[in-house]
Design a protein around this ligand. Structure first.
Ligand code: DAT
Length: 170
């Protein structure tokens, strides 16, 4: 199964991917892979992030060969994978993590706003395919992993409800 692990920066994607790696999953760091494929087509100065040609990258995703592969990136919901896991985190908690990373105030605000308005979830749902959402705020990475493995391959979306609209404006 090919899973896209997505979410706003700082929600815990890399941490969870590390646990999946330990369980024998193949982990694709989409940013690294995009570079290797020549699919990084620019740099967004304002956001301080690479601009990735997701359409080309999506066409290069290998078909499911029966092994468990996780594609980790805030863009992975654009890759046409078998299932998408959206991790969420309370913007108040996320703020501390993003500031600790040294993100600029604009970049922090942009990401917190995206989290508060469910931006990535909406994008993932628009893409089609099965979407699973979990709130990672008060779960250990291990608890999160168990919850995601329990639902994977199921039918229909499995969306844990979050509502941080009261945090706006961030
Ligand atoms: P991402 O890859 O989505 O940017 P990360 O895995 O680098 O996020 O995690 C960001 C920070 O949060 C990092 O310091 C580890 C911590 N963290 C990750 N998952 C967590 C969890 N479930 N509970 C508490 N802290 C977590």
């Amino acid at each position: 199964m090919r899973v896209g692990l997505t979410g706003t920066p700082g929600v815990g994607k890399t941490t969870l991917a590390g646990l999946l790696d330990k369980r024998g999953w193949r982990v694709v760091d989409v940013k690294e892979w995009a570079h290797a494929e020549g699919c990084v087509v620019g740099f967004d100065e304002e956001m301080g992030t690479d601009v990735v040609d997701v359409t080309t990258l999506r066409a290069r995703v290998p078909p499911d060969d029966g092994t468990d592969v996780v594609y980790e990136s805030h863009l992975s919901h654009y890759l046409g994978l078998d299932e998408v896991w959206v991790l969420r985190c309370d913007p108040d908690v996320l703020r501390v993590r993003l500031e600790a990373r040294g993100y600029s105030p604009d970049k922090v605000r942009e990401n917190l706003e995206a989290e508060a308005i469910d931006l990535i979830l909406s994008e993932a749902l628009e893409e089609g395919g099965r979407v699973v959402q979990r709130d990672a705020t008060h779960r250990s990475p291990q608890e999160l992993l168990s919850s995601l493995l329990a639902t994977r391959g199921g039918s229909g979306h499995d969306l844990e409800r979050v509502d941080w609209s009261d945090r706006l404006p961030v």
